[in-house]
Write a protein that binds this ligand. Structure first.
Ligand code: HEC
Length: 112
């Protein structure tokens, strides 16, 4: 079960509501359009990078290749962002390090 902020399994629900339509239920993405996240270095790396990606979204680096952007999830609370990160890391990495609402709050304040 792991460590969740508040509502158990909220991360799973949020993932299914906000992420699967692009990244697919198994995280494999859509070849050439949406990157896979199930093996992405971003989910293995520092949670701060993923927190900022979720908070800010990201425009495609090369718009001749893709026009699809990663949307910003600024409307989610810090606790919800923590829960999504924890869910994704727990599901696809072998060494999840759970993050708290407070850690996300600090991370998003420091986004570049
Ligand atoms: C509208 C489609 C869309 C939705 C919805 C979406 N993403 Fe993304 N996501 C993208 C695109 C496109 C990129 C690549 C952005 C770029 O070009 O750098 C991306 C990148 C990522 C990456 C980095 C992958 C890598 O290796 O660079 C992660 C992690 C990620 N998304 C997680 C999520 C999570 C978690 C959610 C749900 C809260 C979500 N995304 C919702 C489209 C989406």
């Amino acid at each position: 079960m792991g460590l969740y902020c508040g509502i158990p399994d909220e991360g799973k629900t949020l993932f299914e509501t906000h992420c699967v339509n692009c990244h697919m239920a198994d995280g494999s993405g859509l070849r050439g359009i949406i990157p896979a996240i199930n093996q992405s270095p971003v989910i293995y790396g520092q949670f701060t990078e993923m927190a900022c990606l979720l908070y800010q979204g990201r425009q495609p680096a090369d718009t001749t290749q893709s026009f699809v952007a990663m949307p910003s999830f600024k409307s989610l609370s810090n606790a919800q962002i923590a829960n999504v990160i924890n869910y994704v890391k727990k599901r696809w990495t072998d060494n999840p390090q759970f993050v708290s609402e407070q850690q996300v709050a600090e991370a998003v304040k420091a986004c570049q």
